[in-house]
Ligand binder design. Structure first.
Ligand SMILES: Nc1ncnc2c1ncn2[C@@H]1O[C@H](COP(=O)(O)OP(=O)(O)OP(=O)(O)O)[C@@H](O)[C@H]1O
Ligand code: SF4
Ligand SMILES: [Mg+2]
Length: 348
C-alpha cells in the first residue's frame, strides 16, 4: 500500500508555565517520539489508556497543534487525481500554517472530535457550519457552496430540511453526522476520528461506525481511528497501534495483534476484553500501580513500573520499536520474543 504519511520521532510537549514571569517550569511529554507510517486508504486504530497521548497525536498529525519536534512527511497523489500535483513529499511538521494552506494541503487533513455538542458552534446554523470550511478553502461561488452543502447533508443521511437548524435541535447521532459532513466538506484525504462514537448512545454507535466505513470506501479516505475500545478497532481497523505514556508500544495488522500480541501492555489490554470470542485467551492481567506522570516518565522502558515481566535491562535501556516476527509487526519490548510464553506461563 502507498504511504500517505511517514511520521518520525514526532514529539509534542506542553509547557507548564509558572512563577511571576509565567515561564515554562516543566513540560508534559504528551507525545514523546513516535514513529509509524499511515498507508493510503487504510484505517489505522490508535488505542491506549486515558492520557497516553492519543488526542495530542491526532491533533498534531493534522496540524491543529504544532509539533515540538520530529518529521511528518506527507506523500501527495500525483497529478491526475483531480488534486493539485505535488512533486515530492512535504514535511508538514516543518511547514508553516500559511505554507500548508497555499500548497493546498491544509484542507486535506481533517479531524472529527468525540463530542459534537462541543465541537460544533452552537450559534451557527447547520448551513453555515458546513459552508465555513468551503469558504475558507476559497475558489467556490456562493451557488457552488450551497449545492455542496446540500450534497454533504445527503451523504451523511440528513436532508435539506435540516439546513436552517442549530446543533442543539439534533440528537447526538445527528450532530456527529454534521461534524462528519463538515470534515469531508473539503474532500480531505486523511481524517483523524477521535473517539467518534464514544459520546453517542449505544443504539446509534453501530450506525455511525457503518457510516464512517462506507464513507471511507466511497471517498477513498484514510483514517486514524482513536479509541479506548479494542472491539471497535477490531471491527473498523485493518492495522492498529498501541500507545503508552507518549510512546508506541506495538503496531501491526489488527488480526496479528489480536492473535499474537508481542508486548506485555497489549496483552494486558486484550485480557480486559469481556467478549468471549477473542482469539487471545488468558486470565485478566491486572496491572499494578498508576500510569506514571508524563511530566517525568520513567527511564528505560516506560512501562517498567507496571510490567509483570520487568528485568534489569528494562529499567536502564529504552526498548526501540523493532520487528517482533515480521517487518510489519513491531514491538518496543526487550522481551518481545518471549512475551507470549511468559504470559501463558503466568496468566494462561
Ligand atoms: N493543552 C494541554 N496542556 C497541557 N497538558 C495537556 C494538554 N492537552 C493534553 N495534555 C496532557 O497531555 C497528556 C496526553 O493527553 P491526551 O488528551 O492526548 O490523551 P488521550 O490519550 O487522548 O486521553 P483520553 O483517552 O482521556 O482522551 C495528558 O497528560 C494530558 O493531561
Ligand atoms: S521492555 Fe521490559 S518492562 Fe518494558 S514491556 Fe518489555 S519486559 Fe516489560
Ligand atoms: Mg483523547
Amino acid at each position: 500500500m502507498a504511504k500517505l504519511l511517514e511520521i518520525r520521532n514526532l514529539t509534542k510537549h506542553y509547557p507548564i508555565l509558572g512563577g511571576v514571569l509565567r515561564r515554562p517550569v516543566a513540560h508534559v511529554r504528551a507525545v514523546d517520539g513516535i514513529d509509524f507510517d499511515i498507508h493510503r486508504g487504510e484505517c489505522l486504530g490508535l488505542v491506549g489508556e486515558s492520557g497516553c497521548g492519543k488526542t495530542t497525536a491526532g491533533k498534531t498529525l493534522v496540524r491543529l497543534h504544532d509539533p515540538t519536534g520530529g518529521r511528518m512527511h506527507y506523500f501527495p497523489l500525483e497529478s491526475g487525481d483531480g488534486g493539485a500535483p505535488f512533486p515530492a513529499p512535504v514535511d508538514i511538521a516543518a511547514a508553516k500554517p500559511r505554507e500548508l494552506k497555499s500548497a493546498g494541503i491544509r484542507h486535506r487533513l481533517q479531524m472529527v472530535f468525540q463530542d459534537p455538542a462541543t465541537s460544533l458552534n452552537p450559534r451557527m446554523l447547520v448551513k453555515h457550519i458546513l459552508a465555513e470550511p468551503l469558504r475558507a478553502m476559497g475558489g467556490a461561488s456562493r451557488r457552488d457552496i450551497d449545492d455542496r452543502v446540500i450534497e454533504l447533508l445527503s451523504v451523511v443521511g440528513l436532508t435539506r430540511d435540516h439546513l436552517l437548524r442549530y446543533p442543539h435541535e439534533f440528537s447526538g447521532g445527528q450532530r456527529q453526522r454534521i461534524a462528519v459532513a463538515r470534515a469531508i466538506a473539503t474532500n480531505p484525504e486523511f481524517i483523524v476520528l477521535d473517539e467518534p462514537t464514544s459520546a453517542l448512545d449505544v443504539s446509534v454507535q453501530a450506525q455511525m461506525l457503518n457510516l464512517l466505513k462506507s464513507l471511507q470506501d466511497r471517498l477513498g479516505l484514510t483514517y486514524l481511528f482513536v479509541t479506548h475500545h479494542l472491539l471497535v478497532v477490531r471491527y473498523i481497523s485493518q492495522r492498529m497501534a498501541v500507545m503508552y505514556l507518549g510512546k508506541l508500544a506495538e503496531i501491526a495488522d489488527t488480526k496479528t495483534i489480536f492473535s499474537h500480541p508481542r508486548h506485555p501492555y497489549t496483552h494486558a489490554l486484550l485480557s480486559g476484553i469481556p467478549a468471549p470470542d477473542t482469539e487471545h485467551k488468558t486470565r485478566r492481567i491486572v496491572l499494578s500501580g498508576e500510569v506514571p506522570s508524563p511530566l517525568h516518565p520513567p527511564d528505560g522502558c516506560r512501562f517498567h513500573t507496571r510490567c509483570p515481566f520487568v528485568i534489569e535491562i528494562c529499567r536502564i535501556e529504552e526498548p526501540q520499536l523493532e520487528p517482533a516476527d515480521s517487518e510489519h509487526h513491531l514491538s518496543a519490548c526487550h522481551r518481545k520474543h518471549e512475551v507470549e510464553a511468559l504470559v501463558r506461563e503466568r496468566f494462561g
